[in-house]
Design a protein around this ligand. Structure first.
Ligand code: AMP
Length: 419
């Protein structure tokens, strides 16, 4: 054998079975739940014009300054692999003239050039949704509730919801003024990145993970203490409604989230699985983004959930089958190949997953293949059995063997695999 030569690029992952099947099940649950709340699926391109992300996520955001996979195509257009879902959805909403309000969800891979570690990848999947054209704080609460419901259906029980309000266009200027002057007087305690943010986008300092900056910001003026009456009201109704919905939450006054387009509500769903605090999902309101991207002034709120982090926060499924719903049909000599093949076709037509070996005439080899395929049962099409009008059955989980009449095989296998 030649030496193995290729590795996957840093920060990417393979989903091999059964992980790929678990991933599919999680996606299906999200689809089902989003559908229950009236969201419809949207699929947008994997890359967009770079400008779209600069305009939406913000020129000073980490995503834009450090993390985008940007390249020029052969016609010298600047394109970017999407680092997040919302901008593409808005672009598609406007380009396709969808009538508002509209609830949309998506499941897609996203790309960010960051330092890979457990739960942080350069390609990762998000399950996201956007309620476009809805202004009520009750929508914000319902979006959070849907996220919580999703995790609870997956038996992820250690979730905490953190919420905040970061105000609107009318309360921002006063906050900005106070924050900028605070940051100027505390410049020495801020990292070079945060110093650069003071004039460009001071709210972004709250994203900084640097412990020194965190200490400096402990006394900084906070958005939620500078809300105008309308934002205050929106925030209170949002919190009240979370309580009505039975969602446990904590107000986190420094939660601004890493993107520029949020206003009013921001939230994060955190899990303490694996000892560390990890953000499983988050989102917020973005009432100005659609207008900024050339559409009519339209309120909106959204959420994105990380699929990989969800998957490793899920408890190992104790009841997980070591065998899968598959029937492996074994033929004992060339003469039985044809009836075996016909049986496989009959089973498939009846909705029962079935397989047989085309390559290996030796029965011993076929049993080996049946075993490594993970099939739950082998059906043996043997000469003596067929003459007596029966199939041999070997349960590959228990090793138990018996016979089933030819005309009862479909019913028998259906009840065995629960199909
Ligand atoms: P964000 O788009 O940054 O608000 O992230 C929303 C969710 O996506 C996070 O809570 C994570 O679960 C997930 N996520 C974000 N970035 C990554 C990444 N680099 N690798 C894996 N999951 C991520």
């Amino acid at each position: 054998m030649t030496a193995f030569k290729y590795n996957r690029p840093k920060g990417t992952q393979d989903f091999v079975p059964p992980q790929s099947e678990r991933k599919f099940a999680v996606e299906m649950l999200f689809r089902e739940l989003a559908g229950l709340y009236g969201y419809r699926e949207i699929v947008t391109p994997t890359f967009e014009h770079t400008e779209l992300f600069i305009r939406s996520s913000g020129i000073a955001s980490d995503i834009v300054t450090k993390e985008m996979y940007t390249f020029n195509d052969r016609a010298d257009r600047s394109l970017t692999l999407k680092p997040e879902g919302t901008p593409g959805v808005i672009r598609a909403l406007l380009e396709n003239g969808l009538r508002l309000p509209y609830r949309l969800f998506y499941i897609a891979p996203f790309f960010r050039y960051n330092r890979p570690q457990k739960g942080r990848y350069r390609e990762f999947y998000q399950l996201g949704l956007e309620a476009l054209g809805e202004a009520s704080p009750l929508t914000d609460a319902e979006v959070v509730y849907l996220g919580v419901e999703f995790f609870s259906r997956l038996k992820i029980t250690d979730c905490v919801v953190r919420v905040n309000s970061i105000g609107c266009r009318s309360c921002r200027p006063a906050l900005r003024e106070k924050l900028v002057s605070y940051l100027h007087t505390h410049q020495g305690g801020l990292c070079p990145d945060c110093n650069g943010r003071i004039e460009l986008n001071p709210l972004r300092v709250f994203d900084c993970k640097n412990p020194e900056c965190r200490k400096t910001l402990a006394e900084a003026p906070l958005p939620s203490n500078h809300l105008c009456p309308d934002c205050q009201h929106h925030f209170e109704v949002f919190l009240d409604w979370l309580t009505v919905l039975g969602v446990k939450f904590e107000v986190d006054a420094s939660l601004v989230r890493g993107l520029d387009y949020y206003n009013r509500t921001t939230f994060e769903i955190i899990s303490s699985a694996l000892g560390a605090q990890i953000s499983l999902g988050g989102g917020g309101r973005y009432d100005y983004l659609i207008e900024e991207l050339g559409g009519p002034a339209t309120p909106a709120v959204g959420m994105a959930i990380g699929l990989e982090r969800t998957m490793f926060s899920m408890p190992e499924d104790q009841a997980a089958e070591s065998r899968r719903k598959l029937v492996f049909v074994v033929w004992t000599s060339e003469k039985e190949f044809r009836p075996a093949w016909e049986l496989v076709n009959r089973l498939r037509a009846a909705g029962i997953p079935a397989q047989l070996s085309y390559d290996r005439p030796k029965i011993r080899h076929q049993f080996h293949l049946a075993d490594i395929s993970g099939a739950i049962v082998a059906v043996i099409a043997g000469e003596t059995e067929l003459l007596r009008g029966v199939y041999g059955i070997k349960n590959l989980k228990t090793g138990e063997q018996h016979e089933v009449p030819v005309n009862e095989i479909v019913t028998y296998l259906k009840s065995l695999i629960g199909g």
